[in-house]
Design a protein around this ligand. Sequence first.
Ligand code: SF4
Length: 77
Amino acid sequence: MSLLTEEQIKKLQEAGVRYPHVNESCIGCSACVAISGDVFDLDDEGKSVVQECENYEDKMVDDAISACPVDAISWKG
Ligand code: SF4
């Protein structure tokens, strides 16, 4: 799942920016939101989504990946 549109993803890929992706195994525990609230948010269904950022480095994404109990987060790009 992602809040990022196809167009936003294409822009990130063209710029060589890697970005996190949340897959459908997310159980909505909100650990990633607590750790990296600039990057992750919960949607209306209580699942994590990735918010638009110019740069995802130095935003504790690796810590959020480590904390996710179902390994739902990975880097893309
Ligand atoms: S830490 Fe993992 S399971 Fe918990 S809300 Fe984030 S992506 Fe979903």
